[in-house]
Design a protein around this ligand. Structure first.
Ligand code: ZN
Length: 100
């Protein structure tokens, strides 16, 4: 017997209620700058693509195109490895500002 019960908590997904969420027109900064190779040695630039918790921001938040998002992810991982970017929020607090 297969009985699937959602213990009463099957809420409908929030759908950006009434107010349409209009983000700033998103475009890929790297495409705009015609960047072919993302410099992993430039944390101040990469910083914009990680959240305050040190996570790589998803594409829909930064507007980065698929191609550059992939390159970006690699660049950020390299930068992390070189301690140019944080892995975890704790590191952010310790170093204060990432960049320079
Ligand atoms: Zn792009």
């Amino acid at each position: 017997m297969v009985e699937q019960k959602f213990n009463g908590t099957s809420r409908p997904k929030p759908r950006w209620g009434g107010t349409r969420y209009v983000a700033k027109r998103r475009f890929c900064h790297f495409c705009a700058d015609k960047v072919e190779v993302i410099d992993y040695k430039d944390p101040s630039k990469l910083r914009r693509y990680i959240s305050d918790r040190g996570k790589i921001e998803p594409r829909h938040r930064t507007g980065t195109c698929a191609r550059h998002q992939r390159a970006l992810a690699v660049a950020i991982k390299r930068a992390r490895h070189l301690a140019l970017l944080p892995y975890v929020p704790e590191h952010i607090r310790k170093t204060g500002s990432v960049g320079d």
